[in-house]
Design a protein around this ligand. Sequence first.
Ligand SMILES: CC(C)(COP(=O)(O)OP(=O)(O)OC[C@H]1O[C@@H](n2cnc3c(N)ncnc32)[C@H](O)[C@@H]1OP(=O)(O)O)[C@@H](O)C(=O)NCCC(=O)NCCS
Length: 148
Amino acid sequence: MHYTIRGVRIEDFPALRDIELAVFGAVECCNYFIKMIPHLFPASCLIAEENGQIAGYSLGAVDGHDPLRAWILTVAVKPQFQNRGFGKELTCRLMQAMEARGTRSFVLTVEPGNPARALYQRLGFHDIKFEPDCYGPGGDRYYMERKV
Ligand SMILES: CC(C)(COP(=O)(O)OP(=O)(O)OC[C@H]1O[C@@H](n2cnc3c(N)ncnc32)[C@H](O)[C@@H]1OP(=O)(O)O)[C@@H](O)C(=O)NCCC(=O)NCCS
């Protein structure tokens, strides 16, 4: 696979928006938040690029209550780039970068039927909690954790 994984740049707002639209059919988190990502998370947002085309991104953030803990907030790969290793690489590289800055455990939330659960399990995550209506009615989620 010939690709680049690089840190996010301020000018990536349209690319991040495109990924959200392509993957979720809408901007799951609002435009304002997407716009702020390169400003707030320059060290924990990675972009996958192939031949000048943006394939996907991953986003992490350190927990505000526990500096040793980080959340994987998003891993999203455009449909035409899926099943080629981008999601795994974006997740692994994000965790490596955050581990190098002191993170000792990662947490994320994921929908019960999402195939991404298998990816996270293979990367060492396990279920720690199930929260019905986590994101409002019908928005059930598993919390998964991986300790370094
Ligand atoms: C989840 C997602 C990021 C995975 O990205 P991807 O580039 O397709 O994944 P990869 O090609 O790196 O595959 C990684 C592993 O997951 C497996 N996998 C990927 N998609 C799968 C699917 N639909 N069903 C079963 N396994 C799948 C692959 O077989 C691979 O396994 P391996 O490590 O044993 O080789 C991508 O499908 C996506 O953007 N989904 C929509 C957004 C989303 O739900 N994100 C997660 C939110 S918590």
